[in-house]
Design a protein around this ligand. Structure first.
Ligand code: KDG
Ligand code: MG
Length: 402
């Protein structure tokens, strides 16, 4: 079998997505997500201009060889654009392989290690009462694990507080919006928020919180310690993770479990974090960390060190990535949890899929391949719209991590 054709589809059914489609001489095709929020066209060009010409004539069954060919063969390694492009090719090749053999991709990955995949949803509100109402609605929807984010009194626009109801979309059409930040106000507020959440909902639900890279290690240590009485499932992205050894400081001070990795692209970004057992959950995503093949290597390293997976699953990762993540999650032994920020109805219509949600858990379905498709005619009705993630500044105007 040979790859004879391929193209990139950029569409905006409520938000931008980049999708790679590879077609074989037997008529089978596979798809992969290549969406990099706010930098979508860079990956589209990388694929169209530099990668697609290399794939024509290749055997789609040579998944690992193609990965190595694109990674080592480019000479220029790593980075989000390169790795999203390689991730899209890898995902599409697993899809083709599953369809060719007539089995769901998880069967090719060793079969199911569990019956279904625990997911967490996103409760957010402009203040504590609003957030508590959102948590209640997620509990009613059957979620067992819920990420809790709330507006911080005194700050306009906080990470994780969405524009819509039960929905969170940070990218804005046009130029990047700016938000304001105060570490002091945030650190005073978050323990109060979780004290209220636990007192209203009791010990049972699993609660998560995302700091979104905004603290220094010692500030993160203080927050982790203050949150210990509320037994978080995890505290996410407590610090910007370029400095892996910075996590030692957090770890020395708190038993709150730590998660990180949604912006990582390779195993090299988390090697020290995993080997020194500085984290509990690794959040690398299929789309941004080189596809299913590379994620399995990260999971295997993590398994040795009691680190579990917790794949990123925000709305800016398309349903193609979501499907691929669910096949990975179902099969990998050291799975922890999967993020599930539900997509809009428009997005779901453009990407029909087999995956299902029931009582706080998901299943990828049993269709051959990934069990997800793209309706290209419908996608064409939603052309790309330039959009950016916000930029964050401290109250004195200094640029801060968003
Ligand atoms: O594009 C950025 C989003 O994916 C990110 O802000 C979402 O932090 C995020 C999360 O945990 O889902
Ligand atoms: Mg996050």
């Amino acid at each position: 079998m040979k790859i004879v054709d391929g193209h990139v589809i950029v569409c905006c059914p409520g938000r931008n997505f980049v999708t790679l489609k590879l077609i074989t001489d037997e008529g089978t095709y596979g798809i992969g997500d290549a969406t990099l929020n706010g930098r979508e066209l860079a990956v589209a060009s990388y694929l169209e201009d530099h990668v697609l010409p290399l794939l024509i004539g290749r055997n789609p069954g040579r998944i690992e060889d193609t990965w190595q060919y694109l990674y080592k063969g480019a000479y220029w390694r790593r980075g989000p654009v390169t790795m999203a492009a390689i991730g899209a090719v890898d995902t599409a090749l697993w899809d083709i392989q599953g369809k060719t053999l007539g089995v769901p991709v998880y069967h090719l990955l060793g079969g199911p290690s569990r019956d279904s995949v625990l997911v967490y949803g996103h409760a957010n509100g402009t203040d504590v009462d609003d957030t508590l109402r959102a948590v209640e609605r997620y509990c009613e929807l059957g979620y067992q694990a819920i990420r809790v984010q709330s507006g911080v009194p005194g700050l306009e626009g906080t990470y994780g507080v969405g524009r819509g109801d039960m929905y969170y979309e940070p990218a804005e059409p046009g130029l990047p919006p700016e938000q304001r930040w105060s570490t002091e106000l945030y650190l005073d507020f978050v323990p109060e928020l979780f004290a209220r959440v636990r007192s209203e909902f009791g010990p049972e639900p699993m609660f998560l919180h995302d700091v979104h890279h905004r603290l220094t290690p010692i500030e993160a240590a203080r927050l982790g310690k203050a949150l210990e009485p509320y037994h978080l499932f995890w505290l996410e992205d407590a610090v910007p993770a370029e400095l892996q050894e910075g996590f030692r400081i957090i770890r020395q001070h708190t038993t709150t479990p730590l998660a990180v990795g949604e912006v990582f692209n390779t195993i090299h970004d988390c090697q020290q974090l995993i080997q020194e057992q500085l984290i509990d959950y690794i959040r690398t995503a299929v789309v941004h960390a080189g596809g299913i093949s590379h994620l399995r290597k990260i999971a295997s390293l993590a398994e040795l060190y009691h680190v579990r997976t917790g794949c990123h699953g925000a709305t800016d990762l398309s349903p193609v990535c979501m499907a691929a993540a669910l096949h990975f999650d179902l099969s990998v032994h050291n799975f922890g949890i999967q993020e599930y920020m539900r997509h809009s109805e428009e997005t779901d219509r453009v990407f029909p899929h087999e995956y299902t949600f029931e009582r706080g858990a998901m299943h990828p379905g049993d269709a051959p391949g990934l069990g997800v498709d793209i309706d290209e005619e419908l996608a064409a009705e939603y052309p790309y719209q330039r959009a950016y993630l916000p930029v964050n500044r401290k109250l004195d105007g200094t640029v801060h991590s968003w």
